[in-house]
Design a protein around this ligand. Structure first.
Ligand code: C5P
Length: 215
């Protein structure tokens, strides 16, 4: 009898984009599809973990056996994560969280004014969800993601240290959004490991196996 890699463990995952409202019908978002985070949720569940997936707006179906909470904005994602993070063994922050939100989003749809002057949007920073979790005294094993458009090898390790996490996963190439395959590089204190190009589901299984070996 071979026990599953994450049997008895709990894993919390964020995935997808966030949506920052401007008014009830408009907002700011990004091109994250949620595919990588959902694949990791599926792989963690296959490995025997109890999985909670906190998802921004995506059209993806919930992986079998995964408990899913849908949110829109970064602030909602932050609150949902803090409500779920206690007693988790692993936290994987895959979501492409919007860095800024609109100050004082309008309750009513903004109207075009007669002179054609566009509204002025003011932005303020969103909380860094991963950094918040990584700073908890009783923190789970924290895994971050990075989608850099250049110099990944340098920025990846710097970001791992800045985020204060044991493992930071870089997407090699920035054209990963929406695709079914990917290529990853794992940054850790004692070096880097490349997971060569494969489907996001295969890479998710390899990543879960790597995490299981480290906890
Ligand atoms: O700093 P950057 O946004 O590139 O960091 C990416 C990592 O941090 C990802 O793991 C992402 O999920 C997480 N993050 C977060 N909250 C934010 C911004 C990023 O959890 N507000």
């Amino acid at each position: 009898f071979q026990p599953k890699l994450l049997q008895g463990k709990s894993v919390l995952i964020t995935a997808g984009p966030t949506f920052e409202p401007i008014d009830p019908v408009r907002g700011i978002t990004n091109l994250s599809s949620g595919k990588m985070g959902f694949a990791i949720a599926r792989a963690a569940r296959e490995a025997g973990a109890q999985v909670t997936l906190i998802a921004g707006p995506t059209a993806l179906p919930t992986p079998y056996g995964v408990s899913r909470l849908d949110v829109q904005s970064a602030q909602q994602m932050h609150e949902a994560v803090l409500a779920q993070v206690k007693a988790q063994d692993v936290f994987v922050a895959v979501a492409a969280v919007a860095d800024w939100r609109v100050v004082g989003a309008s309750e009513q749809k903004l109207k075009k004014d007669a002179s054609g002057t566009p509204p002025q949007l003011r932005l303020e920073p969103n909380p860094d969800i991963l950094a918040t979790v990584a700073a908890l005294a009783d923190r789970p094993y924290c895994v971050g993601f990075a989608a850099e458009s250049e110099n990944l090898a340098q920025y990846g390790e710097a970001k791992r240290q800045r985020k204060n996490v044991p493992l930071l996963v870089g997407n090699i190439g920035h054209q990963t959004f929406g695709k079914d395959d990917n290529e990853l590089i794992l940054f850790e204190e004692n070096g880097q490991t490349v997971l060569p190009r494969a489907s996001k589901q295969q890479l998710a299984r390899q990543l879960i196996a790597a995490i299981a070996r480290r906890i």
